[in-house]
Design a protein around this ligand. Sequence first.
Ligand SMILES: CC(C)(COP(=O)(O)OP(=O)(O)OC[C@H]1O[C@@H](n2cnc3c(N)ncnc32)[C@H](O)[C@@H]1OP(=O)(O)O)[C@@H](O)C(=O)NCCC(=O)NCCS
Length: 174
Amino acid sequence: MLELINPTCDLHSEFIDMVAEYQERGESRLFDQTNLPLIQENFSAYIQYLENNSKGINLKPGFVPATTFWLVAQRKLILGESQLRHWLVPNLEHRGGHIGYMIRPLQRSKGYGTQILAMTLEKASNIGLSRVLLTCNQDNLASARIIQKNQGKLASEGFLENSDTVISRYWIDL
Ligand SMILES: CC(C)(COP(=O)(O)OP(=O)(O)OC[C@H]1O[C@@H](n2cnc3c(N)ncnc32)[C@H](O)[C@@H]1OP(=O)(O)O)[C@@H](O)C(=O)NCCC(=O)NCCS
């Protein structure tokens, strides 16, 4: 049974295992490293921080309210997480879009990436969005495929400023 849930203290040790999995596979960059002490030492404060982000409380300058979801199997295994940004600012229009997602390394290529986006699109509809922007690096073939399988329509592609990275931007109508 797959569910997209709000973060909960009940899955603390599972979350720690997932973070270790990212670290072991050299993917720590996927986490905001400044949150690691909170995750390890005061998990309930981390959960509160995520709730505050969702409600727009104590946001960092330039940030918009963003809700984090966990994709969970059998109510106990965290497979991945997504983030739904409630509206766009120029920075997110350029790179980031409304939704970000990641699947933990050992659970990839099982269709969960496609499912987490589909389930997060429902959440986007629930908060009143009628279309969402998705962005990914042009060479991130798995992510591009996930977006296309969720009816993403390519809108533009372009270089990131001062970089040779090409970003693809897609819109999905809800
Ligand atoms: C991108 C990511 C979410 C994919 O998750 P996943 O669970 O492996 O995705 P899925 O299993 O749903 O696969 C989606 C599609 O991509 C394809 N795919 C998977 N890995 C691939 C790869 N390395 N190269 C090309 N295609 C790939 C799959 O075959 C599938 O297509 P299909 O249904 O036509 O066969 C995962 O690799 C990840 O978390 N990466 C790091 C974070 C990230 O890049 N997030 C996206 C930012 S835009």
